[in-house]
Design a protein around this ligand. Structure first.
Ligand code: SF4
Length: 349
């Protein structure tokens, strides 16, 4: 029997952003219930995503960016902190109906398209399943027409022929477009795109980045774009969050972060990515050293072992995000504070 998700009326949103988090935190206990080892995958992230906005979350493997995406997808429960969607606290969504309501509006597109495409069915299967489950008002020919429409929107044309293909008959880029089509069939407000281009050839990455920009323009959808490649964020992002060791270390309008990065880690990422036309040449692995595994962390900057400009204070005092410009913040003791920041100490958080 098919479960049907009736739309749940949203709470009045007023001036609320589309999605907002406060002090969002996720820890994992390592090695069993008696272990004292706790991995701090995500610590104290407060962020917002607006309507029709593309926000890029940039960081290396182990930075916590995929854990953040899974928290927002309700695949993990927060250890601490809150998530609000259109003013509604996610913790308050308890019934299956309410969770389906949220997942319809905030679907996820995975790094590996095979995670969300069943290889034994034609690619029409996933789109039709989503339409059946989440949009039961569409039936028969209307359902089929909507499946063709979303395939056309994501560039899989002629749609009727493409819907009849099996995944193995498609290229990696086409399969990733199927993932976006499945999401689009839900009429989402926000798509969580977890490294959607990292497994693709350079030659087809730009096509998927252009697709995300087109979805924002034509369908009015917001996108959280998770990536290890800061160069690709240049193409599509309105705002950038740079993550390191579970913390946001820099955030701001994409133009400001890219033109005038304030955190040494962002500066190193950009130095390794000088040519925005060559995303293949860019990888945060170019930053010397290994990313930290943040287990039972003590006070101090988590970037200190790799930072070329660290001072004594860095190993003793954890830097907090502070304003370094309009809408621009960095968590570094040596990033000069914006004098207009209210209360403005450099570590003012
Ligand atoms: Fe480097 Fe210190 Fe800034 Fe951390 S706080 S990024 S160690 S200068």
């Amino acid at each position: 029997m098919t479960a049907r998700a009736e739309p749940t009326p949203p709470a009045p949103s007023g001036s609320e952003p589309l999605l907002r988090t406060t002090d969002l935190t996720r820890h994992f206990r390592l090695g069993g219930i008696f272990s004292q080892q706790v991995l701090h995958a995500v610590d104290d992230i407060s962020m917002e995503i607006g309507e029709r906005e593309i926000v890029a979350v940039v960081g290396e493997s182990g930075s916590g960016k995929s854990t953040l995406a899974r928290l927002l997808a309700m695949l993990y429960r927060p250890t601490r902190g809150r998530i609000y969607f259109r003013g509604r606290l996610l913790e308050s969504l308890r019934s299956r109906r309410d969770v389906l309501w949220y997942r319809r509006q905030v679907p996820m597109v995975f790094q590996d398209p095979y995670s969300s495409i069943n290889p034994v069915f034609r690619v029409s299967h996933g789109v039709m399943r989503n339409l059946t489950l989440h949009r039961p008002e569409l039936r028969g020919a209307a359902r089929r027409a909507e499946a063709e429409r979303v395939f056309e929107v994501v560039g899989l044309t002629p749609a009727r022929e493409m819907l009849a293909k099996f995944p193995y008959e498609m290229s990696g880029g086409q399969r990733q477009r199927v993932g976006f089509a499945q999401a689009l069939a839900l009429q989402p407000r926000l798509i969580l795109a977890d490294e959607p281009v990292s497994m693709l050839d350079v030659s087809i990455r730009a096509g998927i980045l252009n697709l995300m920009a087109a979805l924002r323009e034509r369908e009015g959808v917001s996108i959280l774009y998770i990536t290890h490649d800061i160069a690709s964020a240049r193409y599509v992002a309105d705002r950038i969050l740079v993550m390191y060791g579970g913390h946001v270390v820099e955030t701001g309008p994409a133009d400001a972060v890219l033109a005038d990065p304030k955190h040494p880690y962002t500066q190193l990422l950009l130095a390794a990515a000088p040519d925005p036309r060559e995303p293949a040449a860019v990888d945060s692995a170019a930053v010397a050293g290994e990313p930290p595994k943040v287990v039972n962390p003590t006070e101090g900057c988590r970037f200190v072992a790799r930072c070329p400009i660290a001072v004594d204070e860095c190993g003793r005092v954890t830097p907090r995000l502070h304003s370094v410009g309009v809408g621009h913040a960095a968590a570094c003791h040596l990033a000069l504070a914006d004098p207009g920041w209210p209360g403005g100490s450099r570590d003012g958080g």
